[in-house]
Design a protein around this ligand. Structure first.
Ligand code: LHQ
Length: 263
């Protein structure tokens, strides 16, 4: 793909998407959002892709919104924020959550502002031991966006969510792991190797079921037990019609490894 802010490559069923503005810690301009949207659209159209891996180039993962890009050249002051939230960040967060593919995030360095919350919108988050998570918004007089106010209380509870958002201190990767914000911490030198192994492993799993697992869990927090049980029955009926369910059972009974095709 001929773009500079976003790199995209596909290997072994994994689409690796790299935020690529390392000089600015991969902070988002509107142009970068447009490139990322195009990359995600091309992944959606590529039936060979069965997992997505998101990471950042250089020493940071993503510093959120590029604060130079918010300045209105006519006034020299920050312009309105609603356009980029409604047209860029909100669709991005929904695309990550609603993707039928598992999305792995390799947080290779600082994840700040919307950058932290983009990571939290992914399904399995690995972080380099040196990485930090920073709800930077209050430092510049803003409130969490890009799903932060949704994900944080659900992942770490209200007390920690409020502390993170109001104090806007850097949260080291190890603490993020202890608090249940992320899946795994990996030594810096091994982050990409581990993240690629994990994404490749996910790409060999029953993709349709993994997509339905996302739907089950995303609905869970807003549902009553009765509604969730009904949803489970519904999604299980769909999963049970898949090739991979039949293959999984056949492989188990034959005492062999299943070969899932993602359908
Ligand atoms: C940056 C940025 C950046 C531009 C580092 N922008 N250049 C949505 C909608 C609309 C409006 C507003 O916001 C949002 C959502 C948001 O994301 S709001 C939150 C925006 N992000 C921040 O407030 C974080 C700002 N960055 C930082 O606090 C620090 O850079 C962190 C803590 C991330 C990293 O600190 P350091 O490791 O010390 O790196 P650095 O500050 O030296 O940054 C390296 C370069 O990257 C530097 O450029 P330079 O040309 O001086 O080398 C920074 O200016 C640039 N950079 N973040 N968000």
């Amino acid at each position: 793909m001929p773009s500079s802010c976003i790199l995209l490559s596909t290997t072994d069923g994994v689409a690796e998407v790299t935020l690529n503005r390392p000089d600015k810690l991969n902070s988002f301009t509107r142009a970068m959002h447009a490139e990322l949207r195009a990359a995600l659209a091309s992944i959606r159209n590529d039936t060979s892709v069965r997992a997505i891996l998101l990471t950042g180039a250089g020493r940071g993962f993503c510093a959120g919104q590029d604060l130079d890009d918010v300045i209105n050249p006519a006034t020299g002051k920050p312009g309105t924020v609603s356009n980029t939230l409604l047209e860029d960040y909100n669709p991005l967060i929904r695309a990550l959550q609603e993707s039928l593919l598992p999305v792995v995030c390799a947080v290779n360095g600082v994840a700040a502002g919307a950058g932290a919350n983009i990571a939290l919108a992914c399904d399995v988050v690995l972080a380099a031991r040196s990485a930090v998570f920073l709800q930077a918004f209050a430092k510049i007089g803003l409130v969490p966006d890009a799903g932060g106010s949704y994900f944080l209380p659900r992942l770490v509870g209200m007390a920690r969510a409020k502390g993170l958002a109001m104090l806007a201190d850097k949260l080291p990767a190890e603490t993020a792991l202890q608090w249940g914000l992320i899946w795994q911490v990996v030594d810096d030198d091994h982050l990409m190797e581990e993240a690629r192994l994990l994404a490749r492993r996910l790409a060999t799993q029953p993709t349709l079921a993994l997509g339905l697992i996302k739907r089950e869990f995303h609905a869970s927090c807003g549902n009553s037990l009765a509604d969730q049980l009904a949803l489970e029955a519904d999604l299980q009926s769909t999963a049970a019609q898949s090739h991979d369910y039949h293959e999984g059972v056949a492989a188990f009974l034959a005492k062999r490894k299943p070969v899932f095709e993602g359908r």
